[in-house]
Design a protein around this ligand. Structure first.
Ligand SMILES: C[S@@+](CC[C@H](N)C(=O)[O-])C[C@H]1O[C@@H](n2cnc3c(N)ncnc32)[C@H](O)[C@@H]1O
Length: 252
């Protein structure tokens, strides 16, 4: 989807190298001018974003990240539903992150923030092992053209990245309307030795209501109105003592 337009400076901005990994996010690489500052709930990662430890205030045992929160409805609902959990939304498009942060600021909730960065790189180089209770990814860009499939978030290489940062018995929670991409997600995550799909947890979180998993998001609302089938998955991170007993160094 195209990010909302914002005023462009006449001086061209340098490309952010974190949005240039393999050209995948190159289309979002220009940092836009953010003249209406969205309170204190937005961080611009630039080429050297802060680490998770630098972002999360003292006192939160449970930290969850949403990759690609768009206009931020899920993160905002989650800060409301789970006041003892800290929520970080990592959004590649600065315009969306700014909108989301403005709404979060208006909510008054301090247990969440939005960061403009490449979510996959952030998990790789800014998050400690087992630091997260959950990673949420809702309606990731499906990149339907075959030649663009390498741009998808759920490629084989992301599995080890997610497995490293989620703590034992934590969850990777995913929703998509795209049947083909759902198949790829189920293959990438469902076949992984370090995850197992947990259908009871999917139902439990849905029953808990907005802000616990999957809902609400802008794309979810749009697709429900269109009558599309939405697939929702909860992948549980299996305990390290079972999956990595000898610490073989295998990061799969
Ligand atoms: C289809 S939208 C879904 C937005 C939101 N999750 C929802 O359901 O309404 C996908 C979002 O993911 C963001 N995105 C794509 N790749 C990303 C990445 N590697 N890191 C962070 N955000 C990313 C896009 O900028 C876009 O806002």
């Amino acid at each position: 989807m195209s990010p909302p337009s914002s005023k462009q400076s006449s001086v061209p901005k340098p490309h952010n190298p974190r949005m240039h990994t393999g050209g995948k996010l190159a289309f979002r690489s220009r940092v836009q001018d953010l003249e209406d500052l969205p309170g204190d709930r937005l961080l611009i990662g630039g080429d050297d974003p802060p680490s998770l430890n630098d972002i999360v205030p003292e006192g939160f045992d449970d930290v969850e990240i949403e990759i690609g929160p768009g206009k931020g409805a899920f993160v905002i609902a989650a800060t409301e539903a789970k006041p003892d959990t800290f929520l970080l939304g990592i959004e590649a498009a600065a315009g969306y992150a700014s909108l989301a942060a403005t709404k979060l600021h208006e909510s008054g909730n301090k247990n969440g923030i939005f960061l403009v960065d490449n979510g996959k790189l952030f998990l790789e180089d800014r998050v400690d092992e087992a630091a997260l209770a959950a990673v949420h990814v809702y309606f990731p860009d499906p990149w339907p053209k075959r030649r663009h499939r390498g741009r998808r978030f759920f490629t084989e290489d992301v599995r080890a990245v997610i497995a490293r940062v989620i703590r034992d018995d934590g969850y990777c929670l995913v929703a998509t309307d795209n049947a083909c991409y759902a198949g790829q997600i189920a293959r990438v995550m469902g076949n992984a030795a370090r995850f197992e799909r947990d259908e009871a947890e999917e139902q439990r979180r849905i029953a808990l209501g907005p802000g616990h998993a999957f809902s609400p998001t802008n794309f979810e609302r749009k697709y429900i109105e269109q009558g599309r089938v939405i697939r929702r998955y909860a992948f549980r991170r299996l305990p390290r003592r079972i999956t990595e007993p000898a610490n073989t160094g295998d990061t799969e």
